[in-house]
Design a protein around this ligand. Sequence first.
Ligand code: PRP
Length: 298
Amino acid sequence: MTTEKRSETHDPKIKIGIQKSGRLTPETVTLLQKSGLEFDPTGDSRKLSVLCRNFDAELYFLRDGDIRQYVARAKVDLGIVGQNLLYECGSRNLTQLLELGFGKCSLAVAVPDESPYESIEDLNGKKIATSYPNSTRRFFKMHEIKTSIIPTQGSVEVAPRLGYADAISDIVSSGNTLRANGLRPLAQIYSSQAILIANQKMSKDKTEQTENLLVRFKGVIDAAKYKYLVMNAPYKSIDGISKAAHGLKSPTVTPLAIEGWVSVHVVIKETDFWDTIKALKALGVSGMVELPIERVIF
Ligand code: PRP
């Protein structure tokens, strides 16, 4: 981020654009709240902004496709959007600050279940309906496959059944919409998730505020990657436990009232959870309790 001179009319409040209503909205609100931002989630759908009580910030509830432009034109300072929108519409004047770990999906090419198409090469000369014409055109061009791209605003999945296109390219998350419409994925164009974006030219004080927010967001995001384990272990197993689960630095060990036994507390990676449990059980550990973590600050 670069900085620019603070003007007389400078508003120190950091403005954050978030989806008004869409698939990112609930998890965006949860992230902001878990990050310690206090605000009243607006029950009135006509109210399009809300002030944070304990942080110099104001939230703006915007149309998904508009957030990028509001940030690019410095009308809001930060935005939470899907990466897919930047891939499709560009990221001029924008900085991608943080992947937020939710809203995971992909842009995929899909074809009717009963169609003969087995690879993207089979779509040479075919019509592709999509709400992502730029991404889709780039993809087929890169693979040197000639297609006719048909820009479509929504409900893209019905296009093949209506004879409007031979295939589609659209956002796939659970895959339920494809299945419900008799389509199967053929290729992935890219994967996407929610990200925090900022205007490239941000005033120094807002950069500092943004850095504060980033620490909070990372704390919440990292917390989801770890688990807190409390367990009883024979004293003689401490070395083995430290190797199997070394935690953020090392396990915390406190004596139990029974001689030769200790209580061990350790933070472990969610992805290693079951392998670690297996290794700990083999070391004679018992009474394991898993606890959620609110935040991890490195
Ligand atoms: C997207 C996309 C698909 C659907 C896929 O629409 O256009 O229709 O999600 O999700 P699934 O794989 O979990 O079924 P979205 O609901 O985001 O609304 P949109 O049509 O306004 O883009």
